[in-house]
Design a protein around this ligand. Structure first.
Ligand code: NAD
Length: 512
C-alpha cells in the first residue's frame, strides 16, 4: 500500500472497495459501504512504475449486481421520487461543490490508477462540477406539454423517468464520463448504477461517495466494481431500463446486443474515433500547431476525440510538421516524470498491455509510412512512450485507419479542399473533426461537409456542458451533454381525457 492510504476515503474501507452501495442517509455520519459477495478480485497498478495500488478490487457477480439493482429500485420507488425537483437539484449542487472542494483527493485516486497527471486532473474537476451543476439546474425546470381538446380529448404529455439506469465507463476519463451519465440520469429522477473501469475505479468510487455526503438518499447512485463480465450482467439485466456506455466499438456492439436480447433497454453508445484535423494555408498556424500538439499528447493520446489524423495543405506542410516535431521532442523530456507531481504534463499509458498495443502499431507504421519523430520508451518500468509523427501513411495502413488510443499522429498533405474533405470522411468513425482556416465561407462549407458529431473550427479537443456530444457512424448512438441528453433518460407519456359524453357532440366529430 502506498501513500494514498493517508487519504480518508481509502482508509475508511481498508482497501476493500467493493460495492459502494451508497449512500449515507441524510444527516447520518455513517458511510454505507457494502461488502461484495464475490470471491473474485483483481489488482490495481500504478502505471508510472507498476507498483501495486490495491489487490482487492472486487469483480462483482450476479448476486452483487442484483443487490445493487434492488437498492436502486427501492430508492427510485421511495425517497428519490418523493422529493421535489428543486430538492434533487439542491443535492446535486452540493455534490458539485464537494467534488471541487475535494479535487486534490479525487485527482489523486484517478492518477494513481491511470497515470493521468494530477495537474491536468485538478483542472478537469471544475469542468466536471460544471456538468453536474448544469444538470442540477434542470431539476426544477422539466416540463410537459398539452394539446387542444377540439377533437373532444384534452391531451397531457408527461415526461417521466425511466427507472433504474446504468452507466459503464472507460479508464481514460472515468470521473468525467461518470458526470456525463449520472448527472442527466439523476436530474430527470432516475436512480443509477455505475460500473467503473476495472483499471481505474477509485476516482469514480470517491466521486459517488461524495453524492452521499451531499445528502442523496441511499441507493440513488450505486457503484458495482468489476470487469467486462460485471458490465455484461448490467447490460443484460431485465430490471434496468437504460444502459449508457462509453468505450470501444467491439464492446459497444456487445452491449447493444445484450440490451436488445434482454428487455430492449434504451442504449446510448459513445465509442471510438479517429478524428481528422484539416489545416489550410490561410490558417493561424501558431494556433493550429498548439491545438494539434495538445490534441494528441493530452492524456498521452488516450482520448476518444484526439485529433489523430492531420491533413495539411502542401504549401505549409513542412513548417507545420517541423513545429509539431519540436513540441513532441520537448515532451520526450517528460518520459518517466511522476504523474502524481503537479508539474508533470505528459504521463504514461494506462497499462503494459496498452503500451504493447501502441508499440505494435508503431512498428507496423514504420513499414507503412515515414516516421518523422517519436516512439522512445522507458525501459525499466512504467508505460511511457514519446509522441510519434508518421508522414503520408498509405491509405490502407493500420496506423491511419484504426484507433490507436496512444500518442501517434498521422499527417498527410493535400492540394484541394475537396481532396481534404473526402479523405477526412473516408473513415468508419465520425466522432469529432477540426478545421483551421481564416476563410469564413470555407468554415461553413467544410464544417457542413464533415461527417462528425462535433466540429471544432480554429479549435481542438473540447467539450461543453451545454452542447450535445455524440458520434456519427460507428462512433456512437445518442447524445450526451446539453439538454439533448435529458430526452434519453425520460419516457414520454400521453394522457387523454374525454371532454364530452353527449351523443350530439360526438355526432359532429365523425372523422375529424
Ligand atoms: P472497453 O470497451 O474495453 O471497456 C469499457 C468498459 O466496458 C469497461 O468498464 C469494461 O469493463 C466494460 N466492458 C468490457 N466488456 C464488456 C461487456 N461485454 N459488456 C459490458 N461491459 C463491458 O474500452 P476501454 O479500453 O476502457 O476504453 C477505450 C475505448 O473507449 C476507446 O475505443 C475510446 O475511443 C473509447 N472512448 C470513447 C469515448 C467517447 O465519448 N466516445 C470516451 C472515452 C473513451
Amino acid at each position: 500500500m502506498g501513500e494514498y492510504q493517508e487519504y480518508q476515503f481509502l482508509k475508511d474501507v481498508e482497501g476493500k472497495i467493493l460495492i459502494d452501495n451508497l449512500v449515507r442517509s441524510p444527516g447520518s455520519k455513517v458511510k454505507k459501504l457494502v461488502a461484495a459477495d464475490t470471491k473474485s478480485f483483481s489488482s490495481l497498478v500504478n502505471p508510472k512504475d507498476d507498483s501495486l495500488v490495491n489487490d482487492r478490487h472486487a469483480i462483482c457477480g450476479q448476486s452483487d449486481v442484483d443487490r445493487a439493482v434492488a437498492s436502486a429500485h427501492k430508492a427510485f420507488r421511495g425517497p428519490w421520487s418523493q422529493i421535489s425537483g428543486a430538492q434533487r437539484g439542491a443535492i446535486m449542487f452540493r455534490w458539485a461543490d464537494l467534488l471541487e472542494k475535494n479535487a486534490g483527493e479525487a485527482a489523486y485516486y484517478e492518477s494513481i490508477c491511470s497515470g493521468r497527471p494530477v495537474g491536468q486532473m485538478v483542472k478537469e474537476i471544475p469542468w466536471i462540477a460544471r456538468v453536474i451543476r448544469y444538470y442540477a439546474g434542470w431539476c426544477d425546470k422539466l416540463e410537459g406539454d398539452s394539446m387542444n381538446d377540439d377533437d373532444g380529448f384534452y391531451k397531457i404529455v408527461r415526461h417521466e423517468p425511466l427507472g433504474v439506469c446504468t452507466g459503464i465507463t472507460p479508464w481514460n476519463g472515468p470521473m468525467m464520463v461518470l458526470s456525463l451519465k449520472a448527472a442527466p440520469a439523476l436530474a430527470t429522477g432516475n436512480t443509477f448504477i455505475l460500473k467503473p473501469p476495472e483499471l481505474s475505479p477509485l476516482s469514480s468510487l470517491f466521486a459517488s461517495h461524495l453524492l452521499g455526503q451531499a445528502g442523496a438518499p441511499e441507493g440513488v447512485l450505486n457503484v458495482v466494481t468489476g470487469d467486462g463480465s460485471t458490465g455484461a450482467l448490467l447490460a443484460g439485466h431485465m430490471r434496468i431500463q437504460k444502459v449508457s456506455f462509453t468505450g470501444s466499438v467491439p464492446t459497444g456492439r456487445k452491449i447493444a446486443a445484450a440490451a436488445n436480447e434482454s428487455n430492449m433497454k434504451r442504449v446510448t453508445l459513445e465509442l471510438g474515433g479517429k478524428s481528422p484535423a484539416l489545416v489550410f494555408a490561410d490558417a493561424d498556424l501558431t494556433d493550429a500547431i498548439s491545438w494539434l500538439t495538445r490534441g494528441i499528447t493530452q492524456n498521452t493520446g488516450q482520448a476518444c476525440i484526439a485529433s489523430s489524423r492531420v491533413y495539411v495543405e502542401e504549401s505549409i506542410a513542412d513548417e507545420l510538421i517541423q513545429a509539431i516535431q519540436t513540441n513532441f521532442e520537448a515532451a520526450n523530456f517528460n518520459l518517466g516524470n511522476d504523474p502524481q507531481d503537479h508539474k508533470t504534463t505528459y504521463g504514461p499509458l494506462i497499462s503494459k498491455a496498452q503500451k504493447q498495443r501502441v508499440s505494435a502499431f508503431i512498428e507496423q507504421g514504420k513499414k507503412d509510412a515515414s516516421l518523422v519523430v517519436g516512439g522512445a520508451q522507458t525501459t525499466e518500468s512504467g508505460n511511457y512512450i514519446s509522441p510519434v509523427i508518421f508522414k503520408n501513411p498509405s491509405p490502407d495502413a493500420t496506423i491511419y485507419k484504426e484507433e490507436i488510443f496512444g500518442p501517434v499522429l498521422c499527417i498527410q498533405t493535400f492540394k484541394t479542399e475537396d481532396e481534404a474533405v473526402t479523405r477526412a470522411n473516408d473513415s468508419v468513425f465520425g466522432l469529432a473533426a477540426y478545421v483551421f482556416t481564416r476563410d469564413v465561407k470555407r468554415v461553413l462549407r467544410v464544417s457542413k461537409a464533415l461527417e462528425a458529431g462535433l466540429v471544432g473550427v480554429n479549435a481542438g479537443v473540447a467539450l461543453f456542458p451545454n452542447a450535445p456530444f455524440g458520434g456519427y457512424k460507428t462512433s456512437g448512438v445518442g447524445k450526451e451533454l446539453g439538454r439533448y441528453a435529458l430526452d434519453d433518460y425520460q419516457n414520454t407519456k400521453t394522457i387523454f381525457i374525454g371532454t364530452h359524453s353527449d351523443a350530439a357532440f360526438w355526432a359532429n366529430k365523425k372523422g375529424v
